[in-house]
Design a protein around this ligand. Structure first.
Ligand code: GDP
Length: 193
């Protein structure tokens, strides 16, 4: 503490808190029509959306505050790229989180999620990448073709996390982003020792 003229210690009653901002790249993967764009729109603020072949993805951001850290999510959506060919490795590069989305009413999208998972594992992704299996269209429970238990066991067997959402009603969408943020925060904490 600085010494004042009279030799007494000066105390500042202003406590300054340093808030750290971390950039989190999150990519959405999954078959066409499962609701990736709808989820991304619910998560974030549209900053950039393009279907040009060079870019071939949409980009949104959202900020989540957690304790002393601000997580700035950069959310990448394939914008239909998956319809024509597999997603470019550039899409995965540097991703901290991958959301692997299927539609609970379309069994083939669940099977396809397992193919995406293998593809994801083939790419260079750091061991700390959080992979989250997302069963979307939870509002269409009457038309369900994949049980929640199947989703959960695929996730458990692959060391993934699992949530069912509805991008239509918004059910579990914010909760998912919060859970992802907590997990990423823990991973970063673990990396920092
Ligand atoms: P993407 O191709 O994976 O990006 O899927 P989209 O976000 O374009 O969604 C495909 C279709 O499914 C659209 O008609 C959406 O309105 C619809 N959809 C997306 N999410 C949901 C959901 O949670 N419930 C229902 N009922 N429809 C959804």
């Amino acid at each position: 503490l600085p010494r004042a003229a009279g030799g007494a210690l000066q105390h500042s009653d202003t406590v300054s808190r340093l808030v750290q901002t971390l950039r989190v790249k999150m990519v959405l993967l999954g078959s066409s029509g499962v609701g990736k764009s709808s989820l991304a729109s619910r998560f974030g603020r549209d900053e950039f959306r393009s279907t040009s072949p060079t870019v071939g993805c949409a980009y949104l951001t959202q900020v989540v505050h957690l304790n002393d850290v601000t997580l700035r999510f950069e959310i990448w959506d394939t914008a239909g790229q998956e319809k024509y060919h597999s997603v470019t490795p550039l899409y995965y590069r540097g991703a901290h989180v991958a959301l692997l989305v299927y539609d609970i009413t379309q069994r083939e999208t669940f099977l396809r999620a397992q193919v995406w998972l293998r593809e994801l594992e083939k790419q260079y992704i750091p061991g700390s990448t959080v992979i989250w299996l997302v069963g979307n269209k939870g509002d269409l429970a009457h038309d369900r073709k994949v049980s929640a238990q199947e989703g959960q066991s695929l996730a458990s067997n692959g060391g993934l996390y699992f949530t069912e959402t509805s991008a239509l009603s918004g059910d579990q969408v914010n909760e998912l982003l919060q859970s992802v943020a907590h997990r990423v925060y823990e991973c970063i904490g673990a990396q920092q020792g």
